[in-house]
Design a protein around this ligand. Structure first.
Ligand code: GLA
Length: 375
């Protein structure tokens, strides 16, 4: 990827820059809990975004997306916002740095990535983290890693229309090879969990389905959670339990009730998984993953026919754990599979999925890797 980017950078800008990279992420469990002040359990992966960057002596950014073969030029003021959505991520990161008092100068950049877009592996967080990390380094801004993650998150909120939580950007910035991370999204305390499940593999099956309007549906879920939390008089659903929710049942809509029911259950599932991991009890980890899938499909309603189908195949094949991963509305399932079942599972999933939907799911073995870095 480095050579590919550099060839384009050199052809366009006639120079040589510095390389930075950051990663997409998986999440073992803890979905839609981050913006509810709960726990998440992500890890960075071996797929991400890489960028070459060099100061250009102007007050403009000249950016080239190698994958999309698209170019954008923009200044640093609010009214300079570019139209192309990929460029808005880069612009947003610059704006959020400036809002935090950082001063930037013009730069040239070319970037490319290998995180599949819309697959729920956070290609956008990888892009934001790459630039937040790089600009912090190049301009010696001294911004700490949590704030770099928040810069990415605010970029989503203020320039891309997604009211996301902190999980993706946190994973992309803090990721460490071989370790998952449990993050408490209220206190921001985190812990690395070396993850080498003996006798098991983690694999993603990408349905290759992307849903339009996913961001408005996501924002709507978040609103439901806030409404339910408010009715119970707590700041976050993290602080609620089922008794509290049942006490306000007739004051909130049936839909908001279901959303909150899912989040309250998910909070406990992450904690159960952490306990189970301490005992190498992967059967419990897997059982909680299936419960999460059920909740995301029936209560939170962010699954879809293709993902439910992949989940059913996993169950039928005796896979230990399986569930829709990330925000939902298309994308991947994450599967915890015993070594000896792996080949049969992948073959069966490919054959049955193709017979039903006319195309194969993509298969991505999970390799837990480092997050944002200078190359
Ligand atoms: C998206 C968001 C995250 C998180 C997940 C669901 O990936 O960006 O903040 O809410 O969905 O867990």
């Amino acid at each position: 990827m480095k050579e590919k980017i550099h060839a384009k950078f050199k052809a366009r800008f006639g120079a040589e820059g510095i390389f930075y990279a950051s990663a997409g992420r998986i999440n073992l469990i803890g979905e839609h809990t981050d913006y509810n002040g709960g726990f998440v359990f992500p890890g960075a992966i071996d797929k991400g975004i890489m960028a070459e960057i060099k100061l250009n002596g102007t007050d403009k950014v000249r950016a080239y997306s190698v994958d999309l073969d698209d170019y954008a030029e923009f200044g640093f003021n609010e009214e300079d916002a570019p139209k192309a959505s990929w460029a808005r991520y880069v612009f947003g990161v610059c704006r959020e740095i400036i809002k935090r008092g950082g001063s930037l100068k013009g730069f040239d950049t070319a970037f490319a990535g290998d995180v599949p877009l819309g697959a729920g592996m956070s290609s956008s967080a990888a892009l934001e983290s790459t630039f937040a990390f790089a600009l912090n380094d190049i301009f010696s801004l001294g911004i700490d890693k949590f704030e770099l993650a928040r810069i990415g998150q605010s970029t989503e909120h203020n320039y891309c229309g997604v009211m996301c939580g902190i999980m993706d950007q946190f994973a992309s910035v803090f990721g460490k090879e071989g370790s998952l991370m449990r993050l408490d999204c209220r206190s921001m305390e985190y812990k690395y969990y070396p993850f080498h499940p003996k006798g098991y593999k983690l694999v993603l099956l990408d349905s290759v389905v992307k849903h339009e309007l996913a961001s408005s549906a996501y924002n709507k879920r978040r609103q439901s959670c806030e409404t339910a939390a408010k009715a119970m008089g707590v700041e976050f659903l993290r602080d609620a339990d089922m008794d509290m929710l049942n006490a306000v049942k007739d004051r909130i809509s049936a839909e908001d009730y279901k959303r909150a029911e899912y989040v309250i259950g998910e909070k406990q599932r992450v904690l159960d998984v952490c306990d189970a991991l301490e005992r190498d009890d992967y059967e419990t980890v897997g059982a909680r993953m299936y419960e999460t899938h059920y909740g995301m499909s029936k209560l939170y309603e962010v699954s879809c026919e293709e993902l439910d189908f992949l989940n059913d195949i996993a169950k039928k094949c005796g896979v230990t754990g399986s569930r829709v991963m990330g925000g939902g509305f298309g994308g991947c399932t994450i599967n915890l599979v015993k070594d000896e079942l792996y080949d049969t599972f992948i073959e069966t999933a490919k054959a049955e999925f193709t017979a039903k939907f006319g195309h194969e799911p993509k298969v991505y073995p999970v390799v837990i890797s480092n997050g944002a870095r200078k190359l």
